[in-house]
Design a protein around this ligand. Structure first.
Ligand code: ATP
Ligand code: MG
Length: 436
């Protein structure tokens, strides 16, 4: 007898970090389908995938995103490498992508149209649609000035929404921030207007008044919004070039039948945007309603040491997109079925033969998902597992079938007779059944 209580000495389970989620098999098939579909769509517009590292120098984000943004001030996972180098788990993809483009000369005397996907990390309060490790799919286009590329980015995303039945659930909000000079002039005017009212602003906005005043515009606090009603308006400060380009973008969207809402207080949280900014927003996900966001950021490439290069892009939050897709039941559960055929092998001889038998079937039915019953069991218990697997057909191999080189096909989801066939006849019969 053991001298101690096994239960009491069991070590505790280590759990995942708060806000960092596992994607379990019951969900992962949705991720795969979505990512594959998006990859094909982007390729059809001439975008190529780039894969950047998840860890970068902290200075990249400080310089790229801006020292006084929410992300850099309080959301980054930063740490010192063993040799003392300051590193950060990337909070977004744009700065990394620009770094890679510069490092490898991808936009040198040419345009580059790139997309990426993967995890991003931000120390935020976890809630529905907001996590500490989340995933973005992003697109960046370098070397193209003017509204045509902005229109392409928007219309490409609109096509994705249309393909998934999301068009009526996502509104395109759009705005122009103007040239960086126009933006700076407006910033000054806004500060001049708000400074005397500072005491009446919410705490966050008071802080932002000296750090990032444009962000006050998208404050969620009602009293702050009320004060902003009389504030100077961004569109009155726009330079002529930005105005003309914005008008041309809207013309293209009109011509292509793409609805939009001009939102004069849309400024985006990051420092690097100029001219066009946009967001796709849904009312189906509560407070975390922005599914996709982007715009033009001509200043970022020079800010990171490159020569002046026009650039525009966007990023969508994969978790929010999946929440929305499930909200409207866009996924057919049948797409998540992991198995078409379940091989039931009863008795010693059948079990000995089943790997060989299954491999032959796999050769003859490429792409077909065949799961073997491993670990034996009675006919009844194996058929139970076959049913649980989601398979549409159970293939039964027993002692007598092995003797006569036959197998029985038992349809599990349709009302059809079980049939016993010679091995050579199986592939065609299976295809017939699967097509029903
Ligand atoms: P928010 O205003 O919701 O915080 P943001 O302006 O910080 O968004 P971006 O940096 O523009 O977001 O990122 C683009 C998209 O990535 C967002 O529109 C959203 O869909 C998604 N996203 C951003 N932060 C998170 C997060 N913490 N968890 C899940 N998705 C996120
Ligand atoms: Mg944020």
């Amino acid at each position: 007898m053991l001298g101690f209580d096994v239960k009491e000495t069991r070590v505790s389970i280590i759990k995942a970090i708060r806000g960092m989620n596992d994607v379990l098999p019951e969900q992962s098939w949705q991720w795969q389908i979505l990512e594959q579909n998006i990859g094909y769509l982007f390729a059809s517009y001439g975008y190529q995938q780039i894969r950047m590292p998840i860890v970068e120098s902290t200075s990249l984000f400080k310089r790229g995103i801006g020292e006084v943004t929410d992300i850099v001030e309080k959301e980054m996972y930063s740490f010192d490498d063993r040799n003392g180098e300051g590193l950060t788990l990337r909070p977004e993809g744009t700065a990394s992508c620009v770094r890679a483009v510069l490092e490898h000369g991808l936009s040198y005397n040419q345009t580059a149209k790139l997309w990426y996907q993967g995890p991003m990390f931000r120390y935020e309060r976890p809630q529905k649609g907001r996590y500490r490790q989340f995933h973005q799919i992003g697109v960046e286009a370098f070397g193209i000035a003017g509204p045509e590329i902005e229109a392409e980015l928007i219309l490409m995303t609109a096509r994705l929404w249309a393909e998934w039945g999301l068009s009526q659930h996502l509104v395109l909000q759009i705005n122009s921030l103007g040239s960086s000079q126009a933006r700076a002039a407006y910033r000054q005017a806004l500060v001049d207007y708000l400074q005397p009212l500072k005491e009446q602003l919410d705490e966050d906005s008071q802080r932002r008044l000296s750090t990032n005043p444009l962000r006050i515009l998208d404050s969620k606090v009602a009293q702050t919004q009320a004060l902003l009603a009389e504030a100077p308006k961004l569109h009155d400060f726009l330079d002529d070039e930005s105005k003309a380009e914005f008008a041309e973008l809207l013309r293209i969207l009109d011509q292509c039948g793409q609805p939009y809402e001009i939102n004069d207080s849309l400024v985006r949280g990051l420092d690097y945007y100029n001219k066009t900014v946009f967001e796709w927003v849904t009312d189906r996900l509560g407070a975390q309603g922005t599914v996709c966001a982007g715009g033009r950021y001509d200043g970022l490439v020079p800010q990171l040491g490159g020569k002046p290069t026009p650039a525009a892009g966007f990023a969508m939050g994969v978790e929010r997109l999946l929440l929305l897709l499930n909200e409207i039941q866009a996924f057919d559960p049948a797409w998540g079925r992991t198995c078409d055929l379940y091989l039931v092998a009863v008795g010693d001889e059948a079990q000995k033969q089943q790997a060989f038998f299954a491999e032959n079937l796999r050769n003859q039915l490429p792409g077909c998902r065949l799961m073997q019953n491993l670990g034996g069991g009675s006919l009844k218990s194996q058929l139970k597992r076959a049913d649980k697997s989601g398979a549409r057909i159970a293939i039964i191999l027993g002692e007598s079938e092995v003797q006569s080189k036959t197998a029985s096909l038992k349809p599990l989801r349709i009302d059809a007779e079980q049939q016993t066939l010679a091995w050579a006849e199986l592939p065609n019969a299976i295809i017939d059944l699967l097509e029903q």
